[in-house]
Design a protein around this ligand. Structure first.
Ligand code: GLN
Length: 271
């Protein structure tokens, strides 16, 4: 069968974009290259792989089937032990890079709390190569993925296995986190609920458990001047602002994501 025939076959079951992503990942082509090779014959083993993966895709996110995802222009391996990076998190990274450039004129010491695939911290290290970056997660399985991603993206970063601050002994200029923030009883899509790690999704009854852990003894882990950047649930702005507002000399801002939902909180001390 040719590439063209496989695209037609795949479109019976999947959205065209998914077909192109899947076929491209199997054949090592991007979407444009696929279109330039429509008449190329595909080997039986690759056809079999394509058919098997189409079957899997009924219940699984395409990123887990393909095994990687593009985040902020770089490729990250993902599996069921880590959350699939979302667009909103690219916005968190983008805004944080801008704030770092605005507030610091020296290399910064960064920690990514609950790093999962490592996409946040590794992207920051790539964009700010002079910075020191530590990736922290409670899950050893997640840390394995983030280690692979550091190698894949050729960055030198450190790793800590820890339930939040328990095993942390340094002070940081930048603390960044996309913690689990979904409320335990909140309805989420089946494909997310059935595949992605609940450890990375659920933040307790009010969704705020991990923000409370971040707040707890935070003063011991930040330098005088610091930026704390967090992704938040769309309805958690007021509670989270309240949680951090008793810190001395901080300014707290909330930013919406591109869909217009409150999505990021920045706690900054710069004086
Ligand atoms: N943004 C993710 C979702 O909506 C949740 C990620 C998180 O809890 N940090 O599925």
């Amino acid at each position: 069968m040719t590439i063209q025939e496989l695209i037609i076959l795949g479109k019976k079951y999947l959205h065209k974009d998914q077909v192109m992503m899947l076929l491209g990942s199997i054949l090592g082509y991007d979407s444009l290259e696929l279109l330039l090779h429509l008449d190329e014959n595909v080997s039986d083993s690759k056809i079999k792989e394509f058919q098997e993966k189409i079957a899997l895709l009924k219940n699984k996110p395409i990123q887990y089937v393909i095994g990687n995802v593009n985040f902020y222009g770089n490729i990250f391996k993902v599996n069921e032990n880590v959350l699939i990076p979302r667009f909103e998190t690219e916005e968190l990274v983008e805004n944080t890079i801008n704030l770092i450039k605005e507030h610091f004129d020296k290399p910064v010491n960064i920690i990514d709390l609950g790093t999962g695939s490592g996409c946040i911290g590794i992207t920051l290290k790539k964009k700010l190569p002079e910075s020191r970056v530590t990736l922290l997660d409670i899950s050893n399985d997640a840390l394995k993925v983030s280690r692979d991603n550091a190698l894949l993206n050729k960055v030198d970063v450190s790793f800590i296995q820890s339930d939040m601050w328990n095993n942390v002994y340094d002070k940081y200029d930048v603390i960044i986190s996309n913690p689990p923030y979904i409320k335990n009883d909140e309805e989420i899509e089946d494909i997310v609920y059935n595949n992605e790690p609940h450890l990375a999704l659920y933040g307790g009854i009010d969704g705020l458990d991990i923000y409370k852990k971040i707040r707890n003894n935070l003063e011991n882990y930040v330098n005088d001047k610091f930026i704390l950047a967090m992704e938040i649930g769309y309805d958690e702005k007021d509670d989270i602002i309240k949680l951090f507002s008793d810190m001395k000399d901080v300014s707290i801002t909330c930013k919406k994501d591109l869909s217009g939902r409150d999505r990021m909180i920045f706690v900054i001390r710069d004086k």
